[in-house]
Design a protein around this ligand. Sequence first.
Ligand code: NAI
Length: 270
Amino acid sequence: MAYNLLKGKRGIIFGALDANSIAWKTAERVHEEGGTFVLTNAPIAMRMGQIKALAEKTGSEIIPADATSEEDLANLVAKSTEILGGKLDFVLHSIGMSVNVRKGRSYMDENYDFTAKGWDVSALSFHKVMQSLYKADAMAEWGSIVALTYIAAQRSFPDYNDMADNKAYLESVARSFGYFFGKNKMVRVNTISQSPTATTAGQGIKGFNGFINYADKMSPLGNATADDCADYTVTLFSDLTKKVTMQNLFHDGGFSNTGVSQEVIEEFSK
Ligand code: NAI
């Protein structure tokens, strides 16, 4: 159901790779709620991806940008405000990639060039995105910036590898930049800590099926899906959450506050 929550609002959505992507589902929901936006992704991902279909469906333009490149980001921000006809009300950072994970390197055997690249893409890019927006004065007052994260930032999940460290950094950037964006521009910055979700990035994690099933059994409401995440993000982009900022918001069916569930106890009582 649509409520027109984002009527007249403009933004940028990073990270829609395919129809499973959290950013893809979010773009569809934002469109349903009346928001207009520019879609962006790394130039290399766009050659493989199906982003054009999403652009057509949502009446959006696509501007390629590598989120680690300040030059690409400056160009993206300038062109987006021009195309959309004004300052931005919302930005979604939905970007993550660990080179160590991709190359099968364990946490005890990191290649630090891989670590640095993964950190740049997954964590520092959030600072770069916000600094580009801030310097261009591109955000409208009461705008909302959201990035996606995972609970491995707070608790140990062995196979999440160096992405755990990247997410801890990302969440810290949200707090730190959130202060300045709030104080100086009246813009809010939050991270959503999402349940494991079957996407390209998610399935890159070793033992993902066990991981997602365990989380589902541990969560009183079950795992939050990508569609649920899109709904939650819409609320954070809307005017109904104006004073929520500098928060890491768990969107996980209750997983983060559950010690153990009956289902898991039964599994171990067999
Ligand atoms: P996805 O693989 O569909 O999206 C990741 C996106 O990052 C892709 O579109 C990819 O092209 C983009 N990307 C990679 N390098 C880039 C670069 N240099 N510049 C710009 N974009 C780049 O996977 P998903 O799951 O939708 O990931 C979105 C976010 O959600 C990520 O931050 C991920 O860590 C986070 N998340 C995912 C969970 C899951 O289980 N899938 C759980 C919690 C958080």
